[in-house]
Design a protein around this ligand. Structure first.
Ligand code: ATP
Length: 503
């Protein structure tokens, strides 16, 4: 699995999907740039989300709010006071960790230790090895998998309830060590604000302190009535938005899983008070189905229902995905009650109420939110699609089996040779298809190598122009996953591609 993750990172760079930010200056940690193919994949994921949320729902509209917001926004939302992540410093190494990430790390290590013991025993006992029996009789393995795990779970619960003294005590009880230096010298667990600050205005004394938004949701809440009135929206209705968010994350690792500048795709659904649980369940199911529609495998998703809730929520669940480093949060679905609208009403002094003509009554709507990280979606899709295949002749190929609808390039057009008029026909095919699809031209290297390159880029189709094309206006079309090649008429290409890549 570790190898898979390394492959993902290097493939993303080698094939022009993701570069480290400011690489020539040795990079900026937890900040990444999307390269020529990455930007297409990312855009396609965003579009896939947008279509399914906005285009397919009569009662959902989109907005694009500014990143800068009035600073009082973050007082109302609770981010100034409460948006803190527990943080723990190591006295010896001077390194600083997010407590939840440290716990996760340690859990993973225990798991690995247990797996190693199991593997050792399996090799020693061979056929006679009974895994279940071994686990229950082996005290050390039981400790890794059982008792220590239980303490970790208690620790995670203490974190959720912000009982930091307990967290600290449990860290000591488990003798958790600094992942890098092995030292066990921890200081107190402290709260830490993740928002980036900046200034608006030229002169130092009149400048206003601003924050870069740590979530896109607040841009929707403050515009709630503007959209409702100008769009003549009736409850229940939703407002969707995609855009950048910024968090000064302590632990900068795991590639684009946890970034300091990232993109969210959020939808706030406004409902009658008392009906929120119905819509919460509806959106949980609907969002999971959206993920499943990409075909990355049902077994790679699971729900994690939160027992302990954030200050604004009365129900919350994550959709977790099986990333190369294990199951982790991909999307959050939160029933946020009327917390945000009420808070903005209080801080702004403006009414944020809705008049329900059916009930003939004013109320502050309740909100059910779905929030998914675009970069995490990218990582989920990309890592799940990257495959090393052994072919019948014993050779191997690397293929990026992206869902065709998301592939950066839908077809590559390849003249078999660089002469006899074949390049001209290939160019003509491109001229014709480029109005509908992203298509690429490639004439460099032997055709087999060109196929492999397109496989690695995730291109679903390769169209090859050969000498027979000159005679009968047919080409071969090769399918990325099956590598099957069919001979088809040039005029059929558009509909063949369209059948496979449309939503
Ligand atoms: P985590 O616990 O992993 O930090 P979170 O619970 O703080 O995430 P939310 O505030 O619910 O995340 O944000 C909604 C979504 O935004 C997450 O499900 C995730 O996909 C994405 N997201 C949050 N923080 C980051 C980040 N630092 N980098 C990339 N994506 C992020």
């Amino acid at each position: 699995q570790e190898d898979l993750f390394k492959n993902v990172v290097s493939h993303a760079k080698e094939y022009g999907f993701i570069f480290q930010s400011s690489e020539i200056y040795d990079g900026l940690s937890a900040v990444y740039d999307y390269a020529q193919n990455g930007v297409e994949l990312k855009k396609n994921i965003r579009e896939y989300w947008w279509k399914s949320m906005v285009q397919m729902h009569e009662n959902i509209v989109g907005i694009d709010a500014a990143i800068f917001m009035h600073p009082t926004t973050w007082k109302a939302s609770g981010h100034v006071d409460a948006f803190n992540d527990p943080l723990i410093d190591n006295k010896d190494s001077k390194k600083r960790y997010r407590a939840d990430v440290l716990i996760e790390d340690y859990a993973e290590k225990l798991n690995q230790k247990a797996q190693k013991e199991i593997e050792k025993a399996r090799t020693r006992f061979g056929e006679a090895f009974n895994e279940q029996e071994f686990i229950t009789t082996n005290a050390r393995v039981m400790e890794y998998l059982g008792k220590k795990k239980e303490i970790l779970e208690r620790m995670a619960r203490s974190l959720e309830t912000e009982n930091l003294a307990d967290v600290k005590a449990l860290i000591e009880e488990l003798e958790i060590a600094d992942p890098e230096t092995g030292s066990r010298n921890w200081t107190e667990v402290r709260q830490f604000n993740l928002m980036f600050g900046t200034k608006l205005g030229a002169s130092a004394d009149t400048a206003m302190d601003l924050y870069l938004r740590p979530e896109t949701a607040q841009g929707i809440f403050v515009n709630f009535l503007n959209v409702q009135k100008t769009g003549r929206m009736k409850i229940p209705f939703g407002i969707a938005q995609t855009g950048k968010a910024f968090r000064n994350e302590i632990v900068a690792r795991q590639f684009i899983f946890r970034m300091r500048e990232f993109e969210q795709m959020e939808m706030q659904f406004f409902v009658r008070p008392g009906e929120e649980m119905k819509y919460y369940e509806y959106w949980k199911a609907t969002r999971l189905n959206w993920h499943l529609s990409l075909g990355l495998g049902k077994e790679n998703y699971r729900f994690h229902d939160h027992e302990k809730l954030a200050h604004y929520a009365n129900a919350a669940a994550d959709i977790e995905f099986n990333f190369p480093f294990g199951f982790k949060e991909l999307e959050g679905i939160h029933s946020r009650t009327d917390f945000d609208l009420k808070a903005h009403e209080q801080f702004s002094g403006k009414k944020m109420q809705y008049f329900d003509t059916e009930l003939n009554q004013n109320y502050t709507p309740y909100v059910v939110e779905t929030s998914v990280g675009l970069d995490r979606m990218f990582l989920a899709v990309f890592s799940n699609s990257l495959k090393e295949e052994t072919l019948e002749d014993g050779s191997t190929r690397t293929v990026l089996q992206l869902p065709s609808v998301l592939a950066p390039t839908k077809a590559a057009v390849l003249p078999l040779v660089k002469k006899d008029g074949l390049p001209e026909i290939a160019r003509q095919i491109i001229e014709d298809l480029k109005w509908d699809f992203n298509v690429a031209y490639d004439e460099k290297d032997a055709v087999g190598r060109r196929y492999r390159r397109q496989d690695a880029l995730g291109t679903p189709f390769c169209i090859t122009v050969d000498h027979q094309t000159l005679e009968d206006q047919t080409v071969t079309i090769r399918h990325r996953d099956s590598m099957q090649q069919d001979r088809v008429k040039i005029e059929e290409l558009r509909s063949i591609i369209n059948n496979e890549v449309s939503m």
